[in-house]
Design a binder for this molecule. Structure first.
Ligand SMILES: [Zn+2]
Length: 256
């Protein structure tokens, strides 16, 4: 079984002490490749330095909504900075970018920088890694407005089957993460049981989003098989089917 973690913050400090060991655990667990999104201008150089060490690690470059407040960049400046990174580094997507309705920074402040990244993805012909938290109607409105040609992924998707299908119709895959391992996440579990498997990517979002049974611990990409197993159970198919199709989907989206 070969799995790809489509969203993992493996560049974060949380892995500084034992990154090589965690990567070894990943490979023992069948997690053979990682997509590592960029979150802030300050962190991009270290991310690109990291992925240079291992061909199975792929970087994306973007400004995450949580880092919008400290960035002090105008949308056009952000576009220039991202474009400069894409021109000089191997880069599989624009992101992590998006909107978050659950943080102090108002959506009106986040939106211009997200729009800048939506427009740039289209211009550069790259897919998007989208963070959409408590903002599905605004997000769908923006994606319908821009219709980015390479599409992208709604990472850590949480929501109804109807919303999931609306994203897929716009060319956006749905990232299945630790949420689906919790029985209380009934709506999201129903959505992932019902959408076409061709629309689903697997992700750990490590070090965040703990898998059920591991709350309070640092999450690890080596736990991706638990998410694959949860999805297999929800859909009533062998875990090998989940692994093969989601890996294929991830390769197609990011041209791996
Ligand atoms: Zn993330």
């Amino acid at each position: 079984m070969q799995l790809i973690d489509s969203h993992c913050h493996f560049d974060f400090d949380a892995f500084d002490a034992d990154r090589a060991q965690v990567w070894q655990q990943c490979r023992e667990a069948g997690v053979e490749r990682l997509v590592i999104p960029g979150v802030s201008v300050d962190r991009w150089p270290a991310l690109f330095a990291l992925v240079e060490k291992e061909p199975a690690w792929h970087a994306a470059v973007g400004l995450h909504p949580w880092w919008v407040a400290e960035s002090e960049l105008e949308p056009a400046q952000l576009q220039r900075q991202i474009a400069a990174q894409v021109a000089t580094n191997p880069c599989v997507a624009i992101g992590e970018c998006g909107l978050d309705g659950a943080i102090v920074t108002p959506l009106e402040e986040q939106e211009p920088l997200f729009r800048a990244q939506l427009a740039l993805a289209e211009e550069l012909g790259l897919p998007l890694i989208v963070h959409a938290c408590r903002c599905h109607s605004e997000m769908l409105r923006l994606l319908k407005e821009y219709r980015p040609g390479r599409g992208g992924v709604i990472h850590a998707f949480s929501g109804s089957e109807e919303i999931a299908r609306a994203y897929w119709k716009l060319g956006f895959y749905l990232g299945a993460g630790g949420t689906i391992t919790y029985e209380r996440a009934a709506k999201t579990r129903r959505a992932f049981a019902a959408v076409p498997l061709e629309a689903v990517l697997l992700e750990s979002d490590a070090p965040d989003m703990p898998v059920q049974g591991h709350q309070g611990q640092r999450n690890s990409p080596a736990r991706l098989p638990l998410i694959a197993a949860a999805l297999a159970e929800l859909r009533g198919v062998p875990v090998e089917t989940i692994a093969a199709q989601t890996s294929h989907n991830t390769e197609i989206l990011f041209s791996l």
